[in-house]
Design a protein around this ligand. Structure first.
Ligand code: SAM
Length: 345
């Protein structure tokens, strides 16, 4: 009976994801053609490679549920009603984003925000999104836009951080203290809360608007508006630090500063789990789609990010690399801080 339930929900999950990737893909193609007069030019080999990675992640997601790493409810956890309610607003916003892209309006930030409070690299309309990260409007539309962009795979990629977190929880005698750096509106923290209900959760993000949105979803987490380059937390105060889709948006010097900060707030032997875009060295087969991201989106630091290697960078910062796992258009790098007295990794 339980096998039948497993099979039934696996089928329902695959259907849901297939529907999402198809509907989002077709809509994006139509929008690109109508508003930008652009056509897709990938080869069938590239498309095949992308589909293979998509299928592999769905398979892994199902296996993780079967292995008890996270609950089945996460497979069907998209807030459909909220996203459906926001879709008309997103549809009205898309032409403005396209117009901004055509004119190169990367400085179109809200006039009532004092942008001098933010680092120069942050004062821009990332993804060409209206107001960058600096308004309530942007915070409202962010989750549904990212899910639409990734064809329903954004939460699936984010929750792959739950695998090393599960291992950390299994090895610990007490609930974990976990920090999400660049937590945005809290989609990753919400999934961590579902998988690790006893864990103490904290999140930090530069956007006060995104933090406000995260607070509405996660009343029990400690959520702080602040810069990841100087984390407002004590030394050695976390068992695990997670960061999802942050580092491709930072210039190299800021990336290194955030890694040093993550190391400072982690206890010895703690885990630093990074989920972010694949890089050149692990993505030759889907290079077209990786390059398309930097063509479509305002992502000024993405090109240098993909030429680098996350694991090598973290090693240079004194972390030991535990694993590097592919996750569709992303990868999951799990690193650990050394124990005192341990040989340098
Ligand atoms: C692409 S979004 C990812 C958000 C979230 N982790 C997710 O999975 O949706 C990048 C996030 O990093 C935040 N961010 C960028 N630079 C930051 C910094 N220096 N300190 C803290 N947050 C930062 C942005 O405000 C934004 O919410």
């Amino acid at each position: 009976m339980s096998t039948l339930v497993h099979e039934g929900s696996a089928l329902a999950y695959r259907l849901q994801q297939q529907l999402l990737v198809t509907v989002c893909g077709v809509t994006q193609r139509i929008a690109r053609r109508a508003l930008l007069d652009e056509r897709e030019e990938f080869t069938s080999t590239e498309l095949h490679a992308l589909r293979r990675r998509h299928g592999a992640l769905l398979q892994r997601d199902l296996e993780n549920v079967r292995a008890g790493v996270y609950p089945r409810s996460l497979l069907f956890g998209l807030p459909w009603q909220r996203y459906a309610r926001l879709l008309p607003r997103l549809a009205r916003d898309v032409p403005h984003m396209m117009e901004r892209k055509k004119r190169g309006g990367w400085r179109d930030l809200p006039a009532d925000v004092d942008v001098r409070r933010y680092p120069p690299y942050y004062r821009r309309t990332f993804h060409w999104q209206t107001d960058g990260y600096l308004s309530e409007h942007s915070a409202e539309l962010y989750d549904v836009s990212v899910e639409f962009l990734f064809g329903g795979m954004a939460d699936v990629m984010r929750r792959q951080c739950l695998v090393p977190l599960h291992a950390a929880a299994q090895a610990s005698t007490r609930p974990l203290r976990i920090l999400d750096v660049g937590c945005g509106t809290g989609r990753t923290l919400a999934q961590i809360a579902a998988a690790q209900p006893a864990a103490e959760l904290a999140g930090v993000d530069l956007s006060p608007f995104y933090i406000e949105r995260a607070r509405a979803e996660l009343p029990h987490a400690e959520l702080v508006a602040g810069n990841a380059e100087s984390l407002p937390f004590a030394d050695a105060s976390f068992d695990a630090v997670v960061s999802v889709f942050l580092f491709h948006e930072l210039p190299r010097h800021a990336r290194r500063t955030v890694w040093a900060e993550a190391r400072r707030v982690l206890r010895p032997g703690g885990r630093f789990i990074v989920v972010d875009s694949v890089q050149r060295s692990d993505s030759q087969e889907i290079a077209y789609f990786v390059d398309r991201f930097s063509r479509d989106m305002h992502e000024p630091f993405y090109r240098e990010y993909i030429e680098d290697d996350l694991a090598a960078g973290l090693r240079g910062e004194g972390f030991a690399i535990e694993s590097v796992e592919p996750a569709y258009l992303a990868k999951v790098v799990t690193a650990r801080t050394p124990h005192p007295g341990a040989a340098t990794p």
